[in-house]
Design a protein around this ligand. Sequence first.
Ligand SMILES: *Cc1c(COP(=O)(O)O)cnc(C)c1O
Length: 229
Amino acid sequence: MESIATNIEEIREQITAACIEVGRDPAEVRLIAVSKTHPASLVREAFAAGQIEFGESYVQEFLEKYDDSLLENKGIEWHFIGHLQSNKIRSIIGKVSLIHGIDKLSTAEELSKRALQHNLRVDYLLEVNTSGEASKYGMAPEEVLSIAEALFTLPNIFLRGLMTIASPERVKAQEEFRQLRTLLEALKAVSPDSSKLTELSMGMSGDFREAIHEGATMIRVGTAIFGWR
Ligand SMILES: *Cc1c(COP(=O)(O)O)cnc(C)c1O
């Protein structure tokens, strides 16, 4: 395994290359380093290499890293990318810059209630199950549009876009990324403020090139940076 700094550098080069292939500006794609299951020491190493945004999937593990004295006040931006249960919202609210995995109206309602209580503005993405695999979290694409109006009226929380985890096969994955982009366009058409609805969180270690080709604005990369979990 190469060093984390080398891995990050290589991924940044691949991001740039994938952007150039489709005429996109590399500045449009944010790299989120997925540090779940890895110790805080590796987050520090990645941060020292210039990585600012990190993704975590498990509440308890996230809180341990969030409270790590050596990571505090460094300007790290945390993304919560896991499945979020309503009863865990209060533990992470105010500590993460974006919540990627909201997949129910009721969870969004709870998020709104907590945000209001704490007088916070919270950005979130809806997780969409584009592959239709039963083992995956996320709402069905058609469901997204059916609850959109209700979501837009919830106070203190702001829908910024969509997130998906694609099928393992790259050809299918690319089709699913395209589907997510199309869904975002449909959502914009019914949104009261479509200028805020800009994010497509899609693409992981094995398929971020395809995701960038289809318009990803955030890619979530774990293994290719930190090694196997
Ligand atoms: C673990 C995880 C990733 C990172 O996956 P890799 O294949 O290791 O890059 C990305 N997104 C989510 C939601 C994850 O849970």
